[in-house]
Design a protein around this ligand. Sequence first.
Ligand SMILES: *Cc1c(COP(=O)(O)O)cnc(C)c1O
Length: 390
Amino acid sequence: MLDPVKAGDIAPDPISADLAGGVLTVDLGALCDNWRTMRAASGAAECSAVVKANAYGTGQGPAVKALRAAGCRTFFVAHPHEAFLARAAAPDATVYVLNGLPPGAGRRLASAGVQPVLGSLHELAEWRREAGDAPAALHIDTGMERLGLTAREAAGAAAQGVGQISLVMSHFVASEEPDNSLNDRQIARFTELSALFPGVRKSLANSSGIWLPQAPHFDLTRPGYGLYGGNPTPNLHPARPNPMRPVVRLEARILQLRDIAPDDTVGYNARWRASGQRRIATLSAGYADGVLRSASVRNTGAPQTHTRPHTGGAALVAGVLCPFAGNISMDLLAVDVTGVPRDAVQAGDMVTLIGDGLNVDEVAARCGTIGYETLTSLGQRYARHYVGAA
Ligand SMILES: *Cc1c(COP(=O)(O)O)cnc(C)c1O
């Protein structure tokens, strides 16, 4: 009889570049530099790191280890299982679970030394029942209307005693819009409600919140997106360059090059038609790898409806920005490389989908989404290279 499969037997081997369609390179040095930049911008507050969703697609284990070595002591994740991974990577760090306390999970969280961010009076009561006086954070809602205690509930919670509350926090609705009056409203509300919890540490700012002119840093800041290279200051007037270093670089291999005739169409449903002689490169990446289907470039048939107008995706081929052609497939996509000198490109070459100035924010804008989604959609079947670790 065969032995039952053990977890170790099915743990995937690292994927090597020659056997993968693409290579994802994560610069842990840049990640740590970005954390230091966020820490400097956070004034006297402690700077934590938000590493939910596999550290925004970059790989939670390597990210947590690198950030811990750089001096980060506090980490935020969304789910308990993510917290256990963070704990394993940084056993002496403080780990908070943003999504709160799932029913029945209290004892396991407490024994692992993980703290839920309690988002309702119900969760607070359950935590006390299951975890006794183990510490936890409290989420106060100041305008998102998603999770968190109302003003009245916050007063009720404060009246029950603040001893085991290690942190009170809230979350900005629109901190990437410095002109939005919601920011001042939320800062005022949070200042007022968090004062119900004397002596308890306070936290409000995400990446963009850290850079607001009001400097709402309180005791602890919670950057995520900016750590991974996204621009936390996209709407400043006058504009200023992204203060963050790029962290993610994504390359895919050219499988074939083909010269096509006028009126030939490319890809599923024939949604791109050559206006003349064109040269097409077929890349070994598709929507299963996180190149969103909304990055498709179409010039035939009915126009696609989008929430925002966008140009569609592009790749850097031998340094030339080349637009995608046609619908993105699951495992393949086509790029119009007519603008690249013929002898500068051949099958087997790697082209850049993110990196070399084609940054995460631009890649996202080209397919009508935000860089957060681009990062968290990064696929699982790339060869992953981690560079620049301390
Ligand atoms: C995701 C998240 C953050 C980090 O936000 P960024 O915009 O990625 O910096 C901070 N706080 C909470 C509550 C979050 O859910």
